[in-house]
Design a protein around this ligand. Structure first.
Ligand code: ZN
Length: 83
């Protein structure tokens, strides 16, 4: 085991293998950032609540004879709103 200096935070850490280029803490932070990027399904778009309310009224399955498309869109919207 060798002691290396992390290029990210400039702190020393014990290198377990050649593959380890940055310290555990920086690796964990980088991984967290990567994960949160991929999990962000909103793509930065924010639908204002009043508009979302109208959209939900329009796509409500009752208005579309309980169509499968209306049901799936409604389910997606509910998921976006955390319901
Ligand atoms: Zn580091």
């Amino acid at each position: 085991m060798t002691v290396k200096r992390c290029p990210e935070c400039l702190k020393y850490f014990e290198q377990v293998g050649d593959w380890q280029r940055i310290c555990k803490r920086c690796y964990a932070r980088a991984k967290r950032n990567r994960d949160s990027d991929t999990e962000d399904s909103s793509n930065g778009y924010v639908i204002p609540k009043p508009l979302m309310k109208k959209v939900r009224q329009l796509v409500h399955p009752d208005r579309h004879g309980g169509s499968q498309l209306a049901n799936s869109v409604m389910a997606e919207l509910n998921k976006l709103m955390g319901r």
